[in-house]
Ligand binder design. Structure first.
Ligand code: S3P
Length: 184
């Protein structure tokens, strides 16, 4: 595995702010799949949706997942829909530790509405967005770790996550592996 930390979750879950803080705390690079796509296309996500449609955007996400395979030891924030394809959670887990930033729908929805232009929200009723959220949960649930973000700020999410990552690392290292690591 490439030892990345890969954040997944619905729009408004806090992937960007948590990812940036986490990367700083770990001394790692921070990458956003949406930024990879906009840099490659030379236009914004709303422009891509408006000019080429969602299907084209999803094809760009597929290409981005392929490129993520080249990354190592990065903190990666994924777009809210990126993990939600059959087989995707497995592909992401093969690249590192996948973390679901799980929030209550109401809080996530409110944050998603407030921040930035999000084409998936445009023209959709709240019930439709909630249906999308529920449909995506089974994909997010396949993450290695879940952090409940309800009622806590990004700093607190990062602190929780660092503990979970440390525990996971301790439990996945065999005694032999740990001994070798310390001696090297
Ligand atoms: C999308 C989420 C967005 C972005 C695009 C589609 C989605 O990312 O990838 O607008 O389908 O949920 P954020 O989760 O960062 O808002």
């Amino acid at each position: 595995m490439s030892d990345n930390v890969i954040l997944v979750g619905f729009m408004g879950a806090g992937k960007s702010s948590v990812g940036r803080l986490l990367a700083r705390r770990l001394g790692r690079c921070f990458v956003e799949t949406d930024d990879m796509i906009t840099a490659h296309e030379g236009r914004s996500i709303p422009e891509i949706f408006a000019e080429r449609g969602e299907a084209h955007f999803r094809a760009l996400e597929e290409e981005t997942v392929r490129l993520l395979g080249l990354k190592s030891r990065d903190v990666i924030a994924t777009g809210g829909g990126l993990p939600c394809r059959d087989g995707r959670p497995d592909r992401l887990r093969a690249m590192g530790t996948v973390v679901w930033l799980q929030g209550e729908f109401d809080a996530v929805y409110e944050r998603a509405q407030r921040a930035g232009a999000r084409p998936m929200l445009a023209g959709r009723k709240r019930e439709e967005i909630e249906a999308l959220y529920r449909a995506r949960e089974p994909y997010y649930r396949q993450a290695d770790l879940t952090v409940d973000t309800t009622g806590i700020n990004p700093d607190q999410v990062v602190s929780k996550l660092l503990l979970l990552l440390r525990d996971r690392r301790a439990s996945t290292l065999s005694p032999l592996g740990r001994g070798q690591g310390e001696g090297a």
